[in-house]
Design a protein. Structure first.
Length: 113
């Protein structure tokens, strides 16, 4: 029996508003889970995406959270040790001179949940 692989999936939903507004914005989430095969992982990703769909009312307008697409599906291997997930790059937001000294020890990380 082959060990399960860890998979990383990046999903996108559209927040749609009835009437002229239409697409209000996109929401995106990343999930990390185990699966036997890439095909099974894709099916799991679809299941997650459809389960998060929803609808509600804002006054008289219908607002729907529609599953739009699987943006990325990648295997992270079978090793249960910690692994890295790169999140890309971001613009700096402010200028820092080359001489700037960072102090990661002074970080106060927040909890994700």
């Amino acid at each position: 029996m082959n060990p399960e692989n860890w998979y990383y999936v990046h999903l996108r939903w559209a927040v749609m508003v009835e009437g002229k507004e239409g697409l209000r914005h996109w929401t995106e989430s990343v999930y990390i889970f185990r699966s036997d095969t890439r095909e099974q992982a894709f099916r799991q990703a679809l299941q997650i995406g459809y389960q998060r769909e929803g609808r509600g009312k804002e006054g008289r307008r219908l607002v729907e959270h529609r599953f739009a697409e699987v943006l990325l599906l990648d295997t992270l291997g079978t090793d249960p040790r910690p692994f890295q997930v790169d999140l890309g790059s971001k613009p700096p937001g402010r200028h820092l001179p080359f001489e700037h000294v960072f102090c990661p020890e002074g970080s106060k990380p927040e909890a994700f949940f």
